[in-house]
Write a protein of this length. Sequence first.
Length: 308
Amino acid sequence: MTDQTLDASSSNQFRSGFCAIVGLPNVGKSTLLNSLVGERLSIVTHKAQTTRRRLVGIYSDDSHQAVFIDTPGLLEPRYLLQEAMQVEAKQAVTDADVLTYVMDAGFAPSVDHARAFETPPFLPALLCINKADRCEPREIKALQSEFGSRGSWAEVLVSTATAGRGTTELREAILSRLPHGPPLYPGDELATAPVRFFAAEFIRETCFEELDEEVPYSVAVEVEQFLEDREPVLIAALLHVERNSQKGIVIGRSGRMIRTIGERSRQKIENFIGRPVYLDLRVKVLPNWRRRRGRLKLLGYHLPAKRG
């Protein structure tokens, strides 16, 4: 971080804080976070509900530091893993200084959800009308007019995050609403999670890209070994699935699928850390892990309190 940044923070001109990014699944929250930070941190696939935990990305300039929190999509949970995902999303809002609600302009349920969404009274709330390229300009203007007249949104902005359009304006709107305060993290940090977390996420992203239908939703990735003090970096990861039939699909005939997942995941990790990687993947059946409290805890999920 520059001397100018330190001067700004010491004279109470520096702004810093947390911005929670919320919305329904698959509205573009992760793509938006990557664009706001300027780095590919959050995994992005065409399938919904791929974000399971809060992911923190950091943007710093000479007078601001925004800590963006990408959250799991808001939904009615059907099993315990999804309940844990909702805990992550709600906690992010509780911790935030600014809220950004992301709406998919071309998806009617997302628009309806935004209409019913109650903005927290204690937070400046921005509405981001994302995927604007899916609608006619007149439709976008109508949405801007409708939501802008409600009074519950501090500002209504438009973006197409996949093309990087509108994200600069959104970032500026967020930065201007952060509270005054010193930087929360060193200026050269982009994320708070360790590299092994991102390695697991890149492997999980590749599973969503390569596996069909419901199988990738049953995959949890656990990094068992991460050795950085050698060349290549050694990463050993365990892919947990719920059934033997899923294990067979993930491994594939003669091991072809697991090799493909390994090769493509390794390339992503190498691009991320800038070093060669040796990636060893194994597959293990952990029956019904998405619905079993003990197994979710073992995999590091924060769970809602037991009812009753």
